[in-house]
Design a protein around this ligand. Structure first.
Ligand SMILES: Cc1cc2nc3c(=O)[nH]c(=O)nc-3n(C[C@H](O)[C@H](O)[C@H](O)COP(=O)(O)OP(=O)(O)OC[C@H]3O[C@@H](n4cnc5c(N)ncnc54)[C@H](O)[C@@H]3O)c2cc1C
Length: 194
């Protein structure tokens, strides 16, 4: 694997939003996903009659509105269709079956370890792994980022920023709207550091 300055972990809606924003800012990244496809919560693990429960106007990912003919409360199959278009539009190519957990026992300096024992250098790592109360147990070195409940420690609007090149998207329980805001803020912040 080549050295890449930005690692994005998790290809759910937050990870896809982050990837799109990095792409728009021309920042190289790799996107690692433990499953065999993106947005597995929506494509594999949710029930068929699920609808997005907030209006579509405030539920888009950055830089791409829902199609005009979609209903206000978008059903799951159309949301997945939207995500598929999003991935194509922003040329997002996640690396699948790359599980970072539990390979990270700690984040030391600028290295992350994978399950196969290999180390990968990075300048920045963005966690888009979805809210899990256990995240702060394995993300050693992320104490500045998450509180003891696994939620972003800083309040809105800076909930996405940790220290030493660590960021998180979507861990503040603010839904797609919050994840979109986080993703745009993170890409701009990284750009300002380059
Ligand atoms: C049933 C349900 C309905 C919801 N409806 C709405 C709604 O209508 N509107 C709204 O705004 N929000 C809604 N939410 C909340 C939230 O927006 C969604 O949960 C959304 O999917 C969060 O996206 P995410 O990318 O942050 O996390 P996730 O969708 O959980 O994606 C995380 C990704 O990271 C991957 N991953 C995790 N750990 C690792 C690892 N260690 N290594 C590699 N990959 C990893 C996972 O496989 C997954 O693909 C809903 C949530 C649920 C559960």
């Amino acid at each position: 694997m080549q050295e890449t300055p930005v690692i994005v972990v998790g290809a759910g809606p937050s990870g896809l939003a982050t990837a799109a924003c990095l792409n728009i800012q021309s920042i190289p990244y790799i996107l690692l996903e433990r499953e065999d496809r993106f947005a597995s919560l929506w494509t594999k693990y949710s029930y068929d009659c699920l609808h997005i429960h907030l209006p579509k106007q405030i539920s888009t990912l950055p830089h791409m509105p829902f199609p005009a003919n979609f209903p206000t409360y978008v059903p799951k199959d159309q949301f997945v269709q939207y995500l598929q278009s999003y991935v194509s539009q922003f040329n997002i190519t996640p690396l699948y079956r790359r599980c970072v957990l539990p390979a990270i026992s700690s984040i030391r300096g600028n290295e992350v370890l994978f399950e196969n024992g290999k180390a990968h250098s990075f300048d920045t790592i963005v966690f888009c792994t979805g809210f899990r109360p256990s995240t702060n147990k394995w993300l050693k070195g992320g104490d500045h980022l998450l509180n003891e409940k696994g939620i972003a420690k800083n309040n809105f609007p800076n909930n996405w920023k940790g220290k030493n090149g660590l960021y998180c998207t979507g861990l503040s329980r603010t839904g797609f709207k919050g994840a979109s805001f986080d993703a745009q803020s993170i890409a701009s912040d990284i750009k300002s550091l380059l």
